[in-house]
Design a protein. Sequence first.
Length: 462
Amino acid sequence: MSMRRRVLLPAAVVLVLAAGVSLVPADEPAAQTGTGHHPAPAHAAPPATPTTQTPPAGTPAGDTPVTFNNQIVRLFQQHCQVCHRPGEAAPFSLLTHRDASPWRQQILLATRERRMPPWKPVAGHGDFAGVRRLSDADIALIARWVESGAAEGDARDLPPAREFPSGWSLGAPDLVLKPEASFEVSASARDLYRCFTIPTSFKEDRWVSAAELVPGNRKIVHHILTYIETSGISETLDKADPGLGYTCFGGPGFIPTGGLGGWAPGAPPTVMPSGVGLLLPAGARVVIQVHYHNHGGSTESDRTSIGLHFARTPVDKRARSVAVLNRTFVIPAGAARHEVRASWTVPPMRDLHAIGIAPHMHLLGRQMKVTATSPDGTTRPLISIDDWDFNWQGLYSFAQPVPLPAGTRIDLDAIFDNSPGNPRNPNSPPQDVTWGEGTTDEMAIVFLRVTADGEHLGWRPQ
Ligand code: HEC
């Protein structure tokens, strides 16, 4: 018997999930400690760098000298400052020469090894919007700057500082939803997941064309997911749990009818393509799940808000989510490279287009590759991640909608490392691991955000 499993999805599994930009809205495992990838406190002291800096040995004749003020700051403005500035996720700022210079050796290595900027999809497998990837020329330029002494350069070369929007980057929303009060996060709280349920009061269904999450306190907000609910369960869960909101580790505690995107450092807001809408049913509740991580020191409070923009132009298609998954695997204790596969075939007469993709595994996940094989046999890579990190998972938007004609087979191929040598392994010694929502469980899913070619809702703004 082959290991390949064919997972036919019951309707309930074809979840219409958070059609958001940044994060997988499925389950989130419980507290994960020691993965070492949490943003450190703002403005950490630079590590002791061996200052093996050679004196500016002179740039090769004919080459323009590389200085911070001339070339490097422009590159940092474009590729780094979204996270590397005060109050953001990265542990130090890259605004000025003074900020950057002590970190030059780390910058050289992190860019050369393509650890920074964080961007997981392997180039050439899927064509995405908002790619965070330095070109080889950018990397070489940084290396030349560092190796020639990381000079500041002439102040007259300095471009104006890049402006970052401090409030709503999409402009004032039509509706802002937020929990009824601020939530207190104690100084000792590491990896705390809290769900806040917020009622809406519309008598009719609404189409959302864009949603923007604004963390209330970036010092402690690690990432955010959102869910739409119509069952009322979240209100019950909220009442049963003392304090504002309720604890939610694996998921929000109900099957969502949809979602409004997520947030992680550097993530853009969720914006639907023209003609596509996210459905917010009449009377729905919006649940915001926040992953907090307090680096300690003091109690912090947060009140995260979500701004909704309702459709002002016709909506013909609903953004839906398809989950391709395998729930029946066992990852044997000690296996350093265990493969799990799943497949799903687009049903007959139902041509789809994929607008986004979100691979999802927990801490043992190492690699995931997703391909689409058309009925005529052509295979196209949808995404490949060869260095999975739970903390940098994303919902990636395709640069152009990818056609998935009826009969197209989606294949997921995931690799897990359940050996004692995996520093993220939550079990010591390793245990057999199966599907589940906790930190010590695993998942092998890819969510595809799709639209159906045959859908013509004909909704028009009044
Ligand atoms: C999307 C947010 C984001 C962007 C964009 C980003 N960084 Fe980072 N960076 C981080 C975070 C968060 C950390 C802390 C370590 C971690 O969580 O991986 C970090 C850590 C670092 C470190 C120290 C750790 C290491 O890996 O050596 C360096 C150096 C660094 N970044 C350089 C850069 C440079 C240079 C750029 C732009 C070319 C950049 N970063 C872009 C978020 C970002």
